[in-house]
Design a protein around this ligand. Structure first.
Ligand code: CUA
Length: 301
């Protein structure tokens, strides 16, 4: 993505430069041509000439600005739509560090190891204030907000270490909220992943939490008191009082923390809040587990 972001940037810079040169050139030209005492024609200009001039100076900027918008919007959409086969990394920003978790469960602080040539999707949230995940070399900069998941993605195309910064002023040690992204050969990445002692994958940890919190007590069984949770992720949910919502990461997070916010039609609002029992890591793991359930084949009736 980086060369394409740069191309757009140089296009913006180039157009700005062209306008500066044009305006400065015209100022110089007119101040010489119409200087006091010069014999330049100061009579009225013809309506046709005026019309041509006005059409040009309305039309030309319109074309240039519209092209900037089209180019920028196209790049933006590609920048937010990650490929399906991307590696999922969880990122939690906090004052003042980046906490990252690999799909294998391996955790890192202020370091992110990724394999060369594979798309990497980051699902990010902050546990306090607004931070911004910024890897200048990848032209990736995404604000990380409390209370809401945001995603971004990149595909590293060369090996090495790249600076990771926080690009949103977030308090005293904002300037020290720095780290690095390490791009490795895929084989070395696999070895690095396996090198750590056994860790729980987010899906496994989520399943364990699901068990520990006794979610199944209400959400499973023959007479469930809450809606079934297998195949809920990505589905449309009918709400009590009308309306629907797509069960994405944010909806699931909200429903765990503030169950009364969006109650599923046909069920009483009896679920307690789990806000005091879960941190952002737990929530990401629970959601990863619910997501994994919806990837499994449905039970045959
Ligand atoms: Cu986090 Cu600045």
């Amino acid at each position: 993505m980086a060369p394409r972001v740069d191309a757009l940037y140089y296009y913006l810079l180039g157009s700005a430069l062209a306008v500066v040169l044009l305006v400065a050139g015209l100022i110089l030209y007119f101040s010489l041509k119409y200087r006091k005492g010069s014999r330049a024609d100061r009579g009225p200009i013809s309506p046709l000439y005026r019309a041509i001039v006005e059409t040009t100076y309305i039309g030309a900027p319109l074309i240039v600005f519209a092209s900037m918008f089209y180019w920028g919007a196209t790049l933006f959409f590609e920048g937010v739509q990650s490929p399906d086969d991307a590696i999922d990394i969880h990122v939690i920003g906090k004052q003042w560090m980046w906490k990252l978790q690999q799909p294998s469960g391996r955790r890192e602080i202020n370091e992110l190891h990724v394999p060369l040539g594979r798309a990497v999707r980051l699902t990010m949230i902050s546990q306090d204030v607004i931070h911004s995940f910024y890897v200048p070399a990848f032209r990736v900069k995404q604000d990380v907000l409390p209370g809401r998941y945001v995603q971004t993605w990149f595909e590293p195309t060369s090996l090495g270490e790249f600076r990771l910064l926080c690009a949103e002023y977030c308090g005293t040690n904002h300037s020290r909220m720095i780290g690095r992204v390490i791009v490795m050969e895929p084989s070395r990445y696999e070895a690095w992943l396996g090198g750590a002692s056994a860790r729980e994958e987010p899906v496994t940890a989520g399943a364990r939490l699901f068990e520990e919190l006794r979610c199944a007590g209400c959400h499973q069984g023959s007479t469930p008191r809450g809606p079934a949770l297998d195949h809920v992720w990505g589905e449309k949910v009918q709400l009590a009082g009308g309306g629907t919502v797509v069960a994405d990461d944010d909806y699931l997070r909200e429903s765990i923390l503030r169950p009364a916010a969006k109650v599923v039609a046909g069920y009483p609002p009896i679920m307690p809040s789990f806000e005091s029992q879960l941190d952002e890591e737990d929530l990401l793991e629970l959601i990863a587990y619910l997501k994994s359930l919806s990837n499994q084949p449905r039970h045959q009736p």
